[in-house]
Ligand binder design. Structure first.
Ligand code: CDP
Ligand code: CDP
Length: 226
């Protein structure tokens, strides 16, 4: 359709990006792309080979040699690393603790950003990450910068932990704050709000309220795109 748009959703960890992006895509009949999953897949591959997150040259060789694929499914996406389904394996704490440092390397970002732009070459994409509105899809018709207080984001993540993953809430909050800082301060494509992004604070909102707000904004942009 001529009125299809692209939606970019950025923000810090636990703001609700992937949850709401998935639902918005479902409602619009769009494809959801979780770019964080791609950085996580590279990190998983590095961990398995014993590559440390500071080993720039080894990481460069690694991203050049691995194959990452996102397969859209009804309720989200499947992540394939060399055709192995790693959708769950990329969510472990070992990956989470290292992903931000792995994502700071230029070679890693160049390869993944190329893939992300390619995925969005047709309109009708909802993409979430840290640099989608600023770097990956600066032409996206709708840009959302989703935020929430670090306490609330930590609590949300805490409630998602499985029995065998329990760590103190305080520690989780510290880890999220550290990752925010590292994502905001890296040299290449740091987490930042695009000038033309709409800032949504989800601290006091339910998932459905955030989804409804983004759907309203999307429909306005779609009408403009016609
Ligand atoms: O889901 P969560 O917020 O924990 O993180 P994610 O979206 O899976 O992203 C994991 C990490 O990948 C982030 O902390 C960033 O370091 C990196 N990332 C990035 O650098 N650029 C993106 N577009 C997406 C993720
Ligand atoms: O992708 P991102 O790291 O930004 O956040 P997420 O993985 O979607 O995680 C957010 C968590 O907070 C999920 O467990 C959601 O159910 C919950 N939540 C939300 O996303 N939005 C709200 N307004 C309230 C709760």
């Amino acid at each position: 359709d001529s009125d299809r748009i692209n939606v970019a959703i950025d923000g810090p960890a636990g703001a609700g990006k992937s949850t709401v992006a998935r639902k918005v895509a479902e409602k619009l009949g769009y494809i959801y792309v979780d770019t964080g999953a791609m950085y996580r897949a590279v990190t998983l591959a590095a961990n398995r080979l014993g590559i440390e997150p500071h080993e720039s040259d080894r990481l460069k060789k690694l991203v050049e040699s691995i194959h990452i694929r996102l397969k859209p499914v009804v309720d989200g996406q499947i992540v394939l690393l060399n055709e192995e389904d790693v959708t769950n394996a990329i969510r472990t704490r070992e990956v989470t603790l290292r992903v931000s440092q792995v994502a700071s390397h230029e070679a890693v970002r160049m390869k993944l950003v190329d893939m992300q732009r390619e995925l969005a070459s047709l309109k009708g994409i909802v993409m979430d990450g840290r640099d989608i509105g600023t770097q990956v899809l600066p032409q996206a018709e709708l840009k959302i910068f989703l935020i929430a207080s670090v306490q609330i984001r930590a609590l949300r993540r805490y409630q998602e932990l499985k029995e065998n993953e329990r760590i103190p809430l305080q520690q989780l909050e510290q880890e999220i704050a550290d990752r925010d800082r590292s994502d905001e301060q890296r040299e290449i494509s740091p987490l930042s709000c695009a000038k033309d992004a709409i800032v949504l604070d989800s601290s006091e909102l339910t998932i459905d309220q955030v989804v409804a707000l983004i759907l309203d904004l999307s429909r306005t942009k779609m009408a403009e795109a016609k």
